[in-house]
Write a protein that binds this ligand. Structure first.
Ligand code: FES
Length: 118
């Protein structure tokens, strides 16, 4: 139990190669950890201005949808196709739809790789 509580406050930085392959206006997913043991799937988005952002793919609408990889809407919004809600990767806020914000993670790009802190 104590170990679980401590894990809530621990931060881990994970390095993801291939940062140069993500073009502006695109998003890709990465799986962190085993999905059967509480792993997280993250959507890495490169906006058209070149900035990079990371969000949990679990849609905050709460009906089982997931944010998807591929082109961002207008080069800047991630989409959950289940009800077509759109999210701003810079802060997770819903741009089109009505629900709470998506969970965001700190991400940096360094030496051709992404470094995500979870
Ligand atoms: S579950 Fe994602 S928009 Fe409804």
């Amino acid at each position: 139990m104590l170990r679980r509580i401590l894990r809530l406050f621990q931060k881990t930085t994970i390095r993801i190669p291939g940062a140069r392959d993500l073009a502006p206006g695109q998003a890709r997913t990465v799986q962190l950890g085993d999905p059967l043991e509480g792993g997280t799937q993250i959507l890495i988005c490169r906006l058209e201005d070149g900035s990079v952002h990371a969000m949990d793919t679990d849609c905050p609408h709460g009906e089982g949808g997931h944010l998807i990889p591929g082109p961002l809407v207008q080069g800047k919004f991630a989409v959950c196709p289940l009800h077509n809600f759109q999210f701003d990767p810079r802060n997770g806020r819903v741009e089109r739809g009505a629900c709470r914000s998506a969970r965001c993670f700190r991400i940096e790009e360094r030496d051709g790789e992404f470094q995500i802190t979870i």
